[in-house]
Design a protein around this ligand. Structure first.
Ligand SMILES: Nc1ncnc2c1ncn2[C@@H]1O[C@H](COP(=O)(O)OP(=O)(O)O)[C@@H](O)[C@H]1O
Ligand SMILES: [Mg+2]
Length: 370
């Protein structure tokens, strides 16, 4: 059924006005305020027009006045109370997208504006949730990778030892020469497995807090000497010379003797293992105001910069093939980092290809009677 003409016009008018209003709302508050003010002005003027004493001047003045006042008021309300706050909400959403979570609860409580308060509350809540989700995702990824790495690392020595033993059982045992060689290889693989499991155990105990650091007054120069003695054979087999560069007196620091011994062993052992044959290693002690700086320096092949910040990760090795055969777990530096963190200090490394590598860390001085 066709609508009569005036009804069609009216419908068209309403649809057009609706789309204009919607568009202006999206575009800016000024236009919207102006449109609403015109409506109010027309309405007021029409109302006045019906009164008997009105004339053109009064109608004009009332139109202009209501247009101006309504326009200004609506603009103020829209712009200051709604649009600006909505823009801030967009800002918040953008910040969330960019993972910029810098809002504190203090800042939030000061505001009187309810919209702003709501915005801030929402922002803090959502950003906290976002942070939690990010952290959970990171942990989940870490757990998956760790499990994969552990299985892989365990598999390598077990398979090797298994291979040698089975070959022996399958008949190679009868040849005396082969028997000796294969048994030695199997033993080496199992030794590697032993190192790996011990290192894993140490790391896991440190993480679960089973191993407590026991800080006491220790002479780190003495500990270094013991480490040198312990690694003397390894150094001799590569003809590596080891030196200590330190003040004459004993060097007392506050630390866990056994754990710091482990740190020194891991670092000096690495320097021997990854250094050149006939190389030199220095352990240098430098005194600061509050602490001693301990550096372990070698003149080996160095570590390329792309590996440098990854060597402290578990199982990370620069030369995977070479180090795996050498009975290393890839956990040595991860353990070092952990122990030093527990001493509230951190390890740093400087390395230059073909020049050498220096690992260093600080330990708190122990005063006389501590
Ligand atoms: N002094 C060093 N010179 C050169 N490379 C080193 C040195 N110390 C460590 N690295 C590299 O860092 C890697 C990680 O060391 P580490 O965690 O002790 O594992 P691992 O010794 O069991 O392989 C080593 O595989 C080696 O490639
Ligand atoms: Mg090592």
């Amino acid at each position: 059924m066709m609508l009569p003409n005036w009804e069609q016009y009216f419908c068209n008018f309403v649809v057009t006005m609706k789309s204009i209003v919607l568009q202006t709302m999206i575009l800016n508050p000024k236009l919207l305020a102006f449109l609403l003010a015109i409506f109010i002005a027309i309405f007021t003027t029409t109302f006045l027009w019906f009164l008997p004493e009105t004339n053109a001047n009064i109608l004009f003045v009332s139109f202009v006045a209501s247009l101006a006042i309504a326009g200004l008021l609506i603009y103020f309300v829209l712009d200051y109370l709604v649009f600006q706050e909505i823009n801030k909400m967009y800002d918040s959403i953008n910040r969330l997208k960019m993972k910029d979570f810098g809002v504190t609860r203090k800042k939030l409580q000061k505001d009187n504006n309810p919209l702003r308060k709501l915005n801030n509350e929402l922002f803090v809540y959502v950003s906290k949730k976002e942070q939690e989700v990010t952290e959970l995702k990171r942990l989940e990824k870490y757990r998956r990778e760790f499990l994969a790495n552990v299985s892989h690392e365990l598999k390598t020595p077990i398979f090797a030892a298994q291979g040698f033993v089975h070959t022996l059982l399958d008949g190679a045992m009868d040849d005396e020469d082969v028997r000796e060689r294969f048994l030695q290889k199997a033993a080496k693989s199992l030794d590697g497995l032993d190192i790996l499991v011990k290192d894993l155990l140490t790391l896991s105990q440190m993480e679960t807090g089973d191993i407590k650091m026991n800080p006491e007054r220790i002479d780190i120069k003495q500990i270094t000497k013991e480490v040198f003695e312990q690694l003397e054979n390894k150094a001799l087999s590569k003809n590596v010379k080891m030196f200590v560069k330190a003040p004459q007196s004993a060097i007392f620091v506050r630390a866990d003797a056994q754990r710091i011994g482990q740190v020194m062993t891991n670092l000096v052992e690495n320097a021997i293992k990854y250094g050149h044959e006939n190389g030199t290693i220095w352990v240098v002690f430098e005194e600061d105001k509050k602490d001693f700086k301990i550096s372990i320096r070698d003149d080996g092949p160095g570590i390329a910069s792309e590996h440098l910040n990854r060597i402290f990760e578990r199982f990370y090795r620069v030369n995977k093939a070479r180090s795996r055969t050498g009975g290393s777990s890839g956990l040595g530096l991860a353990i070092v980092k952990h122990i030093l963190q527990a001493h509230r200090t951190k390890i740093s490394v400087v390395s230059k290809l073909e020049k050498g590598t220096t690992f260093s860390f600080k330990l708190e001085k122990s005063l006389n009677n501590e």
